[in-house]
Design a protein around this ligand. Structure first.
Ligand code: KMH
Ligand code: ZN
Length: 272
């Protein structure tokens, strides 16, 4: 089986210090967490950033500062910025992150209920983001919260807006979106082109269950405090590295080795 690519989603936009004292918020904290996660076995770090008050922002300067700090400390890790930001942000606000010189960016490929909110990703937004990423040679990761989102991604590919290897992230278990269930995961995996790669992000208590399925099925895994703050039932993870280390242990137990960032670049056909 191919080596496992682990993504660490280090802070997200929704988790606050009320949920866990371990969530990193400043560029310094986020970069520390990102590099510790890389040290633990993550080859990609998925980053959001926060303003001075800890609220989500897509400010390009904050992204650039965070990316500079990560590159200074752990230059080889693949940096994937969020273009999802937080619900309610405008498209242009969300897209600022791609101007901070990342290698990868998320491309959310469909509208979904997101708890009590609606996370809006209509086709014009998807096309606009895809076009920009393609122009700027940034590798998109298609974020699919529902099975139909896969077909939106394939549509923009067919329209010629993305011209590279296809990589999907199935985000399963967001309240209001597709539940984290093995049947849903299998159906989604069967729906992408055979040459495409995929990862799964199980939200909340489903994080490690989805990780186990992906490890066994030959997919890849995303974990991190953005998606889940617990290492096991009732036990808070003290860092993103804690969560990554658990996935490394699970994978090695069944004989699947972990990809380095350089190996992940080859698997994802990222040319840098
Ligand atoms: N914060 C969510 C509304 C992404 O990073 O692209 C969107 C999100 C997806 O986290
Ligand atoms: Zn995110």
């Amino acid at each position: 089986m191919r080596k496992l690519i682990i993504t660490a989603a280090v802070c997200g936009a929704e988790v606050t210090r009320k949920h866990t004292p371990y969530i990193p918020l400043t560029p310094e904290e986020i970069s520390e967490e990102a590099c510790a996660a890389r040290e633990a076995g993550a080859s990609i770090v998925h980053i959001h950033v926060r303003d001075e008050r800890g609220n989500p922002t897509q400010n390009v300067k904050v992204f650039k500062r965070t990316i500079d700090l990560i590159r200074a400390k752990c230059p080889d890790v693949i940096i994937q910025v969020s273009t999802g930001g937080a619900v309610g942000m405008s498209a242009e606000e969300r897209l600022q992150s791609i101007y901070a010189d990342p290698e990868m960016a998320t491309l959310d490929v469909g509208t979904t209920n997101f708890g009590n909110d609606v996370f809006v990703n209509d086709m014009p937004l998807i096309r606009h983001f895809a076009k920009k990423m393609n122009e700027m040679h940034i590798m998109p990761e298609f974020e699919c919260f529902e099975i139909g989102h896969i077909y939106n991604a394939l549509r923009v590919v067919k329209e010629g807006l993305i011209k590279r290897h296809l990589h999907f992230d199935f985000v399963l278990g967001v309240p209001g979106a597709c539940p984290a269930d093995i049947r849903n995961l299998v159906r989604m995996v069967e729906s992408i082109p055979p040459e495409a790669t995929w990862t799964v992000a199980g939200i909340g208590k489903h994080e490690f269950e989805m990780a186990a399925h992906a490890i066994a099925m030959g997919g890849n895994v995303r974990v991190g405090l953005e998606d889940n703050i617990y290492l096991s039932k009732g036990v808070l993870a003290k860092s993103n590295a804690d969560l990554v280390e658990k996935v490394v242990r699970m994978s090695k137990e069944i004989g699947r080795e972990i990809a380095t960032p350089q190996e992940a670049r080859i698997l994802l056909e990222i040319k840098n």
